[in-house]
Design a protein around this ligand. Structure first.
Ligand SMILES: Cc1ncc(C[n+]2csc(CCOP(=O)(O)OP(=O)(O)O)c2C)c(N)n1
Ligand SMILES: [Mg+2]
Length: 815
């Protein structure tokens, strides 16, 4: 069923004017009446605590000592002295169910959010959190000698955990594996901060998506800098958040637009560049909302030096989100008095400018406001400041003390142990999955059930239309898991009505409501980023990139985010994302590249490339039952391929194929050919020729997985044959097979008759379809390479030059 959004020339060509509405700037008028004295005192305390926290770090970085405690901090410290009111105002309004994501400059935001959450939680719950988190490792040093109230203990706990994280200690919030720029603490609604400028801009929308799809309360705030609004992924995250479909096509009961605020911590600078007046052209960041949707993202420019103005704005914007009218853009104006980092010589701004902002300092100004209001006198304010500063200093002292706060030992394998979670998770929630129809009645599922599950039957090839193919096999695995895991969603370009760009999802449109399968904008970074945010919240995602060539568009999301968050969180955050990536053919240089080597190189990703229906279904099943990010390559030229190797056919029922085990596709004695990706079929053709022309029996092994990879079956084969050829469709230089060849050289050195030989595609652009035979490894190339470099074939006439001299010549030219 098409969604029937009719495009009519009559309306499209009618004369009209596009109108914009005014964007409020500093509209707030001070009003203390909604606040109790206790509220105001809490705001004051939080401002002072954050200022003290950051001042300590500043002094330690600059002078190596603070109030008699000396410490050399090797890592970064991006301080936000000056920005405290923006952070405290934001956090004041948020509940623990509201989740914040942030940037490299988020110490103040996480402290403010923690203090706010602590005030809203029962003592028993706080104790449960503190005792449970890392088995009480943060609590024990924080509570030593303290017999005050639980909320105060919780503040000490959090301050100690934050300092320890910054100083890379085992008692840090991320066990020291995240550091200053990557802290998080989900029990208080603090989600990852990000060292990549604008990184949270594409991730936070996925968290908001999770809240909508899974009918969870709360909103999401992406705290990002003014300069980050020039980053492509931030724009993509905004576009993803502002899609019409949430309100026009999704079930109304889900709540409408994504509940997200893009909160620009507008401190007027990147590092030294100035978005306003120099590096951007929008003037006010708030103006950007006007280009996004008719609501103009409800954008406003707010005085971030006044915590009460920020509170007022957040209160109003939260109502907007709760009524389904999100997303929102807030331009929270503030100033970073501290340097960008301690090495900052402030060469890009004048002393006079800094002094002006110091004179306007938010903490002094708030103190004046309170004094004028009269409820809280100087004595109470000073006593409160002294008390919170003393606690911050005390926790700092404990965090720098290596006896109290050790680092993980250098020889520890902790990092290795958290790269993957390797869990089996049937479903991430116990709700009944929302489906549009009984999967048994799905027309595509029924059609597939009528197909022959092997490629050859009674010695004859099965006609294409009657044969179960790789496309069908993946569909079966997906439908199975959709019916089990209620959190599972799939999105990407053309995923719904079109049926997935290559037909894998055909039939899913009927099976699933909009919110579980939808078309994403043409925003690869937005798609992968949202998948990451969704997974960090605890939901399963299948995201799709239409062509491997488009991975660069989601480079940061794949290389820095998808791969790293499990380890940077010390294994505390899940990443159940299957990233389906289709490898093209016949479409030339920008649509036909196998880029498996790029993700193979990145630690933290599982990388698989099944090329038979049996493997595709079994590996997709395994990926969808796991908890790790799996980059799942599929070959466009093989989608129609039937099962040639498992003679009993592709099982109808559920089974899993290991995500690390190579598969022997044909047994042999004389030579091992290892393939990765579609090169399997060329390897089989070469093996046939070796048998026919030269009486040699080749063992053909499909790698299936590039990482992790169990070498045992490869070693067994190479020890037996003493000879190995490795084949891939990826360009030869730096391909996965080069790594496998190097490893096998070491693992099987004594058994090898010749060095392993890798044949890949030429180190060129992929040429046009008609010229592909000059680029992708052909059967003759394999035979010639074997003849030239492994085992002379009697009477063989080489058609191509696979000699070592030729190898060296090409390398010299870089092609
Ligand atoms: C993608 C990326 N580019 C560049 C940097 C280096 N860098 C770190 S902070 C920064 C300025 C960011 O400015 P803004 O987004 O306004 O945040 P602020 O530092 O002002 O809080 C730059 C260029 C980075 N970390 N990530
Ligand atoms: Mg900035």
């Amino acid at each position: 069923m098409p969604k029937s959004i009719i495009v009519d020339p009559a309306t499209e060509f009618a004369k009209d004017t596009i109108r914009f509405c005014d964007i409020p700037v500093n509209a707030y008028k001070t009003d203390l009446s909604p606040f109790s004295d206790a509220d105001l005192l809490h705001i004051w305390e939080d401002l002072c605590a954050i200022r003290e926290f950051e001042t300590i770090l500043n002094e330690i970085k600059l002078k190596g000592t603070y109030k008699g405690i000396s410490y050399q901090h090797a890592g970064p410290a991006h301080l936000s002295i000056g920005q405290e009111a923006a952070a405290v105002g934001m956090a004041f309004v948020l509940t623990p169910d509201d989740h914040i994501f942030g940037s490299h400059r988020s110490h103040g935001e996480i402290l403010a959010k923690a203090f706010s959450a602590i005030r809203q939680m029962e003592d028993a719950r706080l104790m449960e959190i503190m005792q449970g988190y890392l088995d009480g490792a943060i609590l024990r040093p924080a509570e030593r000698g303290f017999d005050g109230a639980v909320p105060e203990l919780a503040r000490r706990f959090f301050i100690y955990g934050a300092f320890s994280e910054i100083f890379a200690r085992e008692h840090g919030l991320n066990r020291g594996l995240g550091g200053s720029m990557h802290a998080f603490f989900t029990p208080f609604g603090i989600y990852p901060n990000n060292a990549i400028v604008g990184g949270s801009g594409s991730i936070a929308p996925g968290a908001a998506l999770f809240k909508r799809v899974n009918r969870k309360g709360g909103i999401v705030v992406a705290n990002i800098g003014d300069a980050s609004f020039s980053c492509g992924p931030v724009w993509e995250g905004i576009t993803f958040s502002a899609m019409d479909q949430y309100r026009t096509l999704w079930d109304k009961s889900l709540g409408g637009g994504l509940p997200i605020i893009f909160n620009c911590m507008d401190n007027h600078y990147g590092m030294g560049g100035q978005p306003q007046g120099e590096t951007m052209g929008c003037g006010f960041i708030a103006r950007i909302g006007a280009g996004v949707n008719p609501d103009q993202m409800h954008a406003e420019r707010v005085n971030g030096y006044d915590p009460l103005a920020v509170i007022d704005a957040f209160r109003r914007k939260k109502c907007v989100l709760q009524s389904g009218e999100g997303p929102v853009l807030l331009d929270t104006v503030t100033y970073r008095i501290s340097g960008h980092s301690p090495s900052d010589a402030s060469s890009y701004r004048s002393r006079e400018e800094i002094e002006r902002w110091q004179r306007a300092d938010s903490i002094d100004a708030f103190r004046r406001t309170l004094m004028e209001a009269g409820g809280l006198g100087a004595e109470r304010l000073d006593a409160a400041r002294e008390q919170v500063c003393a606690a911050v200093f005390e926790m700092f002292g404990r965090a720098v003390d290596l006896n109290i706060s050790p680092r993980i030992p250098v020889e520890s394998e902790l990092v290795g142990s958290v790269m993957f979670s390797n869990r089996k998770v049937e479903k991430f929630d116990h709700r009944v999955p929302e489906l549009s129809q009984n999967p048994e009645e799905n027309p595509r599922a029924q059609q597939i059930r009528g197909k022959v599950r092997v490629a050859v039957e009674n010695g004859k090839p099965v006609p294409k239309l009657k044969m179960l193919n790789i496309r069908d096999a993946i569909f079966e695995a997906l439908l199975h898991r959709f019916a089990i895991d209620p959190t599972m969603v799939a999105f990407g370009e053309e995923n719904r009505d079109w049926g997935g760009a290559f037909g894998v999802y055909r039939g899913l449109t009927e099976a699933l409501p909009y919110h579980r399968l939808f078309n994403a904008p043409i925003s690869e970074a937005g798609i992968v980023g949202a998948a990451i945010g969704y997974a960090l919240e605890g939901g399963r995602v299948v995201a799709e990139l239409m062509y491997a060539d488009f991975m660069g568009r989601a480079g940061d999301e794949i290389f820095n985010q998808l791969s790293k968050w499990q380890a940077m969180s010390a294994g505390q955050l899940p990443m159940p994302v299957v990233l389906r990536i289709s490898v093209g053919a016949k479409y030339g240089a920008q649509h036909s590249q196998d880029w498996s080597a790029l993700v193979h190189h990145i630690p933290g990703l599982k990388v698989v490339y099944p090329v038979t229906p049996y493997d595709a279904k079994g590996m997709m099943n395994a990926a969808l039952a796991g908890s790790d990010p799996v980059v799942f390559f599929e070959s466009q030229k093989l989608y129609d391929t039937g099962e040639l190797f498992v003679l009993s056919g592709v099982p109808e029922g559920y089974y899993e194929v290991s995500l690390s085990e190579p598969s022997v596709k044909r047994a042999g004695q004389d030579l091992t050919i290892i393939s990765f990706g579609p090169a399997l079929y060329g390897a089989i053709a070469a093996a046939d020729e070796l048998a026919k022309q030269y009486g040699l029996s080749a063992e053909v092994i499909d790698l299936r997985s590039a990482n992790p990879l169990d070498y045992a079956p490869l070693i067994e084969s190479v020890r037996k044959t003493g000879k190995v050829l490795l084949v891939t469709d990826a360009v030869e230089r730096g391909c996965v097979m080069q790594t496998v060849a190097t490893e096998l050289t070491q693992l099987c050195f004594d058994s090898l008759d010749a060095p392993p030989v890798v044949v890949g595609s030429r180190n060129w652009i992929t040429p046009a379809a008609e010229l592909e035979a000059s680029f992708f490894p052909q059967r003759d190339w394999l035979l010639d390479a074997i003849h030239e470099r492994i085992l002379p074939l009697k009477g063989h006439q080489a058609k191509t030059d696979q000699s070592l001299q030729e190898l060296a010549r090409r390398a010299r030219l870089g092609v």
